[in-house]
Design a binder for this molecule. Sequence first.
Ligand SMILES: Nc1ncnc2c1ncn2[C@@H]1O[C@H](COP(=O)(O)OP(=O)(O)OP(=O)(O)O)[C@@H](O)[C@H]1O
Ligand SMILES: [Mg+2]
Length: 370
Amino acid sequence: MPTIKLVNVTKKYGNITAIKNLSLTIEDGEYLCILGPTGSGKTTLLKLVAGIVKPDKGEIYIDDKLVNNMPAYERNVAYLPQYYALFPHLTVLENVAFGPLSKGLSVEEARRISMQMLEMTRLAWRANSFPHELSGGMQQRLALARALASGAKILLLDEPLGALDARLRVELRYKLRKLAKENNLTTIHVTHDQEEAMIVADRIVVLRNGEIQQVGSPLEVYNDPKNIFVAHFIGGANFFEGFVADVDRYGSWIQLRNNFLLRINDPNRSVGERVIVMVREEKSKILKAKKKREEINVFPGTIVNTSFLGDFISYTISLDNGDKANSKVPLAKAIGKFKVGERVYLYIEPEDVKVYPYPPHGLYKEIEVI
Ligand SMILES: Nc1ncnc2c1ncn2[C@@H]1O[C@H](COP(=O)(O)OP(=O)(O)OP(=O)(O)O)[C@@H](O)[C@H]1O
Ligand SMILES: [Mg+2]
């Protein structure tokens, strides 16, 4: 099982730096997801590992071997490009069998493996069709089957499920992970879809402008986002601006807009410090009335919007201090409960608040790139 290691890697295209001094180790058999907005360098990172582009600086190792100058075909990687090209004159089965055959497998064995991959991607029944006879989603599944059949121990997948409908996406992401794990493959899977990354990844890398913002398990990245960008990019987040009004042994008081006071459990702040606080949408609770238990962190406001999200209802509350907040409530708890125009309270538990230093160029600059 191969490890992949990037050490201080930089890749420039003219004056655009697509990857900036990036270091990352992907462990044997690991399933790593790369998440990041468009243009953040995800495809470039895969191309560097695949050997399609070369780093301007830094080293890339596969199994402790420096591969900077090793051509792509010697790296034993299966690369599924974001904009894949199928062989138009070969049938579906021949497209998939191309890799195994060129590796010297017998026709029988190549056929067996290829049919297995076509079954997994639900294309076996189209084995004798030509690529142009397939729908867009089918072509993507074919490209995926072809990458999987190549027998390489490293899988580099660039948005492998992007063109598929929601149901198939969900089905295939489980199968992809299962297949990778069963065959001890080391996988880098690029996706825009944070839910997909949360479900399939052992670890997630969040990229922004060619730089890693955070690497961690899905839970770590979700529960403890290292900065505002990550908090915004993964999961629903409410941000409020404020400054630290007081600090004691157990926590701090943050003064939000118009004197709303928010208690947080972090005592390691400095009075006067300008901050952004973040609360997940599902941790932002709505109350009809103040209760005794919830004496602090209860902020009056009016519900201005509701949207149905399937399992959840999302409420937008316009707080009396001028801030806005979203609250995601499980459907069973929410049904028929709150209406647009209703006066309510937003309740935030101190332990659910994350605090970040106020960014040099403001909150908007941190989240606008997405
Ligand atoms: N061949 C190229 N020539 C010039 N600039 C390039 C080239 N390929 C990529 N770039 C630039 O490098 C940056 C990173 O591009 P990359 O394709 O890696 O992003 P990405 O994260 O994969 O984006 P997307 O989500 O849109 O696929 C972008 O600014 C892009 O314009
Ligand atoms: Mg890309």
